[in-house]
Design a protein around this ligand. Structure first.
Ligand SMILES: Cc1cc2nc3c(=O)[nH]c(=O)nc-3n(C[C@H](O)[C@H](O)[C@H](O)COP(=O)(O)OP(=O)(O)OC[C@H]3O[C@@H](n4cnc5c(N)ncnc54)[C@H](O)[C@@H]3O)c2cc1C
Length: 250
């Protein structure tokens, strides 16, 4: 039977800021948020903090976002490793063109068992869940049968790796949209904000919205000023969404 997997989102890399030793400036932030302030001050040589209203990192960054100087956010990046999302959700994710992606290969990695992401609307309903599992079982059965037949058909192919790849890439065409995938995603903070604005709203597909809110929960502690304006709320069905009042800042 298909196994429902949980979504996990891990921060695996982020910007480390190293201040040039000959620049007389200090800030109360580190990492990406320090870098954004440095880049902004480098534009105007304002390392001496002439404006007392933007002297600390948080007020400086808030000002940057208010005036729309959000190109500065592109200097800071975060890389997340996501497991337990469906191929349907990853397809929506990869539409965001400023991210860099690496995704689990269905051509190289054998799905030992069918790991899936069951839509909540189905998972909460016994009759629908039965129907769903029947479809998954049939899909898995067809995949196994096709794979065996394809391997036999390609038996003359001496290169075993190539044979397996050719067989899997044809057989996978019957795997469902809800098959689990895993992705490494690198994006700068401006791109993450755009993704959150588009995908954490209640108008987005339920799974990608769950993914976006989980990403937000990882990004907020990393850069509380840059992502702090996104507020998480619970919808009537118990799922979460997030929005920011700054909708034109990307
Ligand atoms: C609720 C919802 C429903 C959707 N439904 C569908 C659907 O039915 N069918 C479908 O195909 N897609 C659909 N999408 C996906 C959508 O069309 C976008 O492909 C996806 O959201 C990426 O958004 P984007 O292009 O703004 O962002 P990104 O690719 O993340 O780019 C960010 C921004 O960079 C700029 N940019 C990027 N590339 C270019 C470029 N080539 N030229 C000029 N500016 C550029 C734009 O300002 C863009 O907003 C849906 C998205 C949502 C949120």
């Amino acid at each position: 039977m298909a196994r429902n997997v949980e979504l996990s989102v891990d921060l695996i890399a982020c910007t480390h800021f190293t201040q040039p030793s000959d620049v007389a400036w200090t800030t109360d932030a580190t990492g990406g948020q320090a870098l954004i302030e440095f880049a902004g001050r480098a534009c105007y040589e304002s390392f001496d903090k002439p404006n007392p209203h933007t002297a600390d990192n948080a007020s400086y960054l808030r000002h940057v976002m208010e005036v729309g100087h959000t190109a500065l956010l592109e200097h800071a990046t975060a890389t997340l490793y996501l497991r337990g999302l469906s191929r349907a959700a990853s397809h929506e994710f990869v539409r965001h063109r400023h991210f860099s992606f690496s995704e689990l290969s269905q051509r190289y990695v054998d799905p030992e068992e069918l790991n899936v992401v069951i839509p909540r609307l189905i998972a909460d309903d016994e009759a629908l869940l039965r129907l769903y599992h029947r479809a998954m079982d049939e899909s898995r059965f067809a995949f196994d049968e096709l794979l065996a037949a394809l391997e036999e058909k390609l038996g003359a192919q001496a290169n075993g790796i190539l044979r397996n790849k050719q067989a899997r890439q044809a057989a996978r065409s019957v795997l469902p949209n809800s098959t689990e995938t895993r992705i490494v995603v690198t994006g700068n903070f401006r791109t993450w904000r755009h993704f959150l604005a588009m995908r954490a709203t209640e108008h987005a597909d339920a799974e990608i919205r769950t993914v976006a809110v989980k990403c937000l929960k990882v990004l907020q502690p990393l850069a509380p000023v840059v992502f702090g304006d996104f507020e998480i709320a619970t919808l009537s069905d118990g799922s979460e969404m997030a929005t920011s009042p700054y909708v034109t800042d990307f």
